[in-house]
Design a protein around this ligand. Sequence first.
Ligand code: ADP
Length: 393
Amino acid sequence: MNTSEVHGDILIVDDMPANLRLLAQILTEHGYKVRPVRSGHHALKAAQAAPPDLILLDIVMPDMDGYEVCQHLKADERTRDIPILFISALGETEDKVRAFAAGGVDYVPKPFQPAEVLARVRTHLALRNLTRQLQEANAELARRVQELQERNEELDAFAHTVAHDIKSPLTIIAGYAELLDDGVPESTRKEYLQILRHGANRLVNIVDGLLLLASVRKLEILPEPLDMERIVNDACARLAHVIQEYQAEIVRPPQWPAAVGYAPWVEEVWVNYISNGCKYGGTPPRLELGYSMLGAEAEITFWVRDNGDGISPDDQARLFVPFTRLNQVSVKGHGLGLSIVRRIVEKLGGRVGVESAGVPGEGSLFYFTLPAAPSADNGWVTGSSHRMGMPVP
Ligand code: ADP
């Protein structure tokens, strides 16, 4: 056997058993996997069940001739790209032209020379392999172009944030630093220092958000069963000053189900939802935290419901997109939070969303889903197997 052969799975279609046997023998001896069939109908069935790498197709056959078989194969997406070599005793130019018109890539006249059949098979298999590699490379290229486009858009939005959101606190800091330099009374100095601190904190928050957004894309983590009670506690502890500032009431379920994820990121998600609930929720904010599980579903939905003005359906479509702040005059945030939430949750195999009628006082329900821990781990972190009686988003 010639080891330089391009091996492949070849379907041979001929109604004459002697021809089938001879072709099968030649090709098998040269290392090809061969499937001989004796009619057009059998050929179509075999090709659809497991598309071969190449088909050797006789033209004159009872029931369905080779041209018709070829047309059927070309009309089916699964078999369209298989190279078809006609083998026929019909020697007229017209027959050959018809074979090519039907979609054949080559024509071998009968009686055939084994060396010629082998040479043509080898060439067309090599071409087929090259075409496949090219198609795969093209698909990969298209995927990368798409990714680059997304990153480009994000970079534009990033530049926009830097230009506007970072510039404004910086301008304030520079201005007040200059005033301080001019010398001011002690009471004013304290006030100015407070403004400087506030501006600097805002900058740190923006930079932290940008770094987190970038790291979620790059970091590869191993999802683990989560202690959700502890994660929510940690998130609330981090937000103690915001909760205190807005006098927010936080209602939590008595226990949490076991989901799978990455604790530091899931904490980040809760921090975003809870701090948004404080900032944009009612006055004072009342936030209800909860979860929903449907039967034995492999997914758990976690949510934060607030009592604020809610979000109109138009605005809902713009949420979770990097650097979107609905109310451009609001200085409460920088529009990074929800895009971080989305990137984290999608990376952990879940989804994010919001439900809101956009009616003041009726608030919004922001949710995220995570895979449930496999049943062996799916004990409840605390308490019994009680399901929250809340609507499922
Ligand atoms: P940030 O809060 O930093 O501006 P986010 O990405 O967290 O950025 O939120 C984007 C925008 O979505 C907010 O500016 C706000 O307009 C709106 N939003 C978020 N959460 C709520 C909520 N619970 N109720 C009403 N509006 C909200």
